[in-house]
Design a protein around this ligand. Structure first.
Ligand SMILES: *Cc1c(COP(=O)(O)O)cnc(C)c1O
Length: 383
């Protein structure tokens, strides 16, 4: 069994993907070719935002979004303590200070009370200016938009949505990638919508910000002339091959993948509900997840390594996202973030376990995972 079976997906889409690849190679237009504009329009339309700017990866997308809003030195950027490193790396890379905030135990997403406490603490200390929140759609579930938005409005903070894992999710009828003042995503192969290498995109309704992002992503070029460089930027483009590969993949995502991965997740939930002490991922009523991960919390009395090993020996791959709170990462030692008070994140890092999940996972495979998990947890109780 694969954790995320990209080979099975390719078998299904092979004819369309191979044709796209061939088309790009025979056109020899490898950078900024036709498919790049096509996928940008298709993505903007799908998420319901005016402008989509593709770029090299989901990490650059966050940095470009921050740079386009002039976030930098002296600014505090509030970031969930439980997320992938990029969410905190990017604010630091543009010169700002990430301030880590705790998450909720049920949804794994930003906890607004903790967010507001952190904002107040920063104001009280008076060293940094609260500037932005990076709200992550962790594991495919949109963050609590209305609650976070109200804190952003109250303290005049820019809302950046890191939807690297969130593409396809829905909050109150609005798609992920449309929830921030500016939103970003990643096309890393294992994300809900992945390409065959690195790729990313930025989404905004603001035309001047969109133009700025385009400029920053391509060496700070002037809108009309790429050899007229008006600011320091970076080299961060989605290449034509990746854009072309994304075209049939986006179609499959819309046609059946998103629906199928939800069936897989529902099936897991239905079967796992019987296991006492296991905490399952919660999806609030007004939300729809794209299930980048299916993450459970093991009972506190259980040794996770033993469970993981047992599953591995039964041919079931698992992962731990995330093993360490952001504020404990060595890269952030000696920063303001040391004062982070994030007990929920610390607990999650010790007890979470991510099970195989993807649109091509079969019911019998889910059953296999469930049975193995039941067996090892049952043995555990017997010891
Ligand atoms: C994967 C990921 C990123 C970074 O995306 P890359 O394309 O790998 O640079 C950023 N944030 C989160 C939450 C992610 O999961």
């Amino acid at each position: 069994m694969e954790f995320r079976d990209l080979k099975r997906q390719y078998e299904r889409l092979k004819v369309a993907i191979d044709a796209q690849i061939e088309k790009v190679i025979s056109s020899a237009h490898f950078i900024s070719g036709e498919a790049v504009g096509e996928i940008e329009s298709a993505l903007a339309e799908y998420v319901g935002v005016k402008y989509c700017i593709s770029c090299g990866n989901g990490t650059d997308a966050i940095s470009i979004a921050l740079l386009a809003h002039n976030v930098g030195s002296g600014d505090a950027v509030f970031v969930p303590d439980f997320t992938f490193f990029s969410s905190g790396e990017c604010p630091a890379a543009v010169g700002a200070t990430p301030v880590f905030v705790d998450v909720r135990k049920d949804t794994y997403n930003l906890d607004v009370d903790s967010l507001e406490r952190a904002v107040r603490r920063v104001i009280k200390e008076g060293k940094l200016i609260p500037r932005a929140v990076i709200a992550v759609d962790l594991f495919g579930l949109p963050f609590d938009y209305e609650a976070v938005r109200s804190v952003c409005n109250k303290y005049d903070l820019l809302l950046v949505e890191d939807a690297a894992q969130g593409f396809g999710g829905v909050y109150n009828g609005r798609k992920a990638c449309s929830l921030g003042d500016i939103s970003t995503t990643s096309f890393f192969p294992a994300k809900p919508l992945g390409c065959y290498g690195d790729g990313g995109a930025i989404f905004t309704d603001d035309e001047s910000i969109a133009n700025l992002c385009r400029s920053i992503a391509v060496h700070g070029k002037n809108a009309g002339d790429k050899y007229d460089n008006v600011r320091i930027g970076m080299n961060s483009r989605l290449d034509t091959l990746q854009a072309a590969i994304l075209l049939p993949k986006l179609q499959a995502f819309k046609d059946y993948e998103l629906e199928n991965v939800n069936k897989v997740a529902d099936f897991y939930t239905e079967k796992l509900e019987e296991i006492e002490g296991l905490i399952l991922p919660a999806v609030p009523e007004n939300c729809y997840s794209s299930w980048a991960q299916y993450t459970v919390q093991l009972p506190e009395t259980v040794n996770r390594a033993v469970v993981q090993n047992f599953l591995k020996n039964s041919g079931i791959p698992t992962n731990i996202y995330y093993i360490k709170p952001m504020h404990k990462q060595g890269a952030f030692s000696n920063t303001f973030s040391e004062v982070a008070d994030c007990p929920i994140t610390e607990g999650l890092c010790e007890h979470v376990l991510c099970l195989p999940v993807h649109p091509y996972l079969m019911e019998c495979e889910v059953n296999e995972v469930v049975c193995a998990l039941k067996e090892v947890l049952h043995n555990y109780r017997a010891i």
